[in-house]
Write a protein that binds this ligand. Structure first.
Ligand SMILES: O=C(O)CC1=CCC(=O)O1
Length: 260
């Protein structure tokens, strides 16, 4: 297991692929750890190197010291500078996409290109995040896990035995880390900063995404001049789990083009 030491403690990461190859960095969504990308990465080009990590307060990483998107962006910047050692293609899903937008606007020199997946410049409202925080404080993460599965996945995937594993991942997430990320989401608004981005961008939505509906994702794509917007039919919020082959088919040509 690999660890980056941060001011608040340990950040768990994993890197796969040939030494010295261009690096693709993945930032995952709320209540998931780096296993989010397990089904996808074997389907991506073998000549690239894939770096993924557990956000602070998630997976095996320690609880962070802050509750702002900037705190998460600082972790991603440290990974790029210390582990990647140079510019990456940054793939961010949901809150991971907000983290990627924050890094792109603060440190464009660290990115070759940006992939925003099932995300937007702003996700939810301060009220909706506060309601979720209140529900967790009252009943724990397990009490909201079934409802969240309806936001993450379409009906076909929800009928598979694998659903239980993702529900367990969410229900067993450290509650304080999850709540800190909800607080960050409640305050994060990248609209102005993302409208100022000038870099190659691919934006991916799922047409059955209950958490970041395709129209909301499309509106964020429209902020970035030249961004390529794609919809995966039948996909929910986590297409890398639900439809890894369709997701890889969209991602692969973009990664190949921007890793040269
Ligand atoms: O849990 C959800 O509702 C889906 C989600 C919103 C932000 C994120 O990262 O995941």
């Amino acid at each position: 297991m690999q660890v980056l030491t941060r001011p608040y403690g340990a950040l768990h990461y994993r890197i796969d692929g040939p030494e010295g190859a261009p690096i693709v960095l993945f930032a995952n969504s709320l209540g998931t750890d780096l296993r989010l990308w397990d089904a996808l990465i074997p389907l991506l080009p073998s000549g690239l190197r894939y770096l993924r990590y557990d956000k602070q307060g998630h997976g095996l990483s320690d609880l962070g010291a802050g509750d702002r998107i900037e705190d998460h962006a600082a972790d991603a910047i440290a990974l790029i500078e210390t582990v990647a050692g140079g510019p990456v293609i940054f793939v961010g899903l949901s809150i991971g996409g907000l983290i990627a937008q924050a890094v792109a606007s603060r440190r464009p020199d660290l990115l070759r290109a940006l992939v925003l997946s099932n995300t937007a410049a702003r996700l939810g409202t301060a009220e909706s995040w506060q309601q979720r925080i209140d529900a967790i404080r009252a009943g724990g993460l397990a009490s909201i896990a079934a409802g969240i599965m309806d936001r993450w996945f379409g009906p076909a995937f929800r009928a598979t035995p694998e659903l239980a594993l993702w529900r367990n991942m969410l229900a067993r997430s450290p509650a304080e880390g999850y709540v800190a990320a909800c607080t960050a989401l409640s305050q994060a608004d990248q609209t102005q900063a993302t409208a100022a981005l000038r870099l190659p961008a691919l934006v991916i939505a799922g047409d059955s995404d209950g958490a970041s509906p395709a129209d909301v994702v499309r509106a964020t794509a429209a902020l970035i001049p030249g961004a390529d917007f794609r919809i995966i039919p039948g996909a929910g919020h986590l297409p890398c789990i639900e439809q890894p082959a369709a997701y890889a088919a969209i991602l692969t040509p973009f990664l190949e083009r921007h890793s040269q």
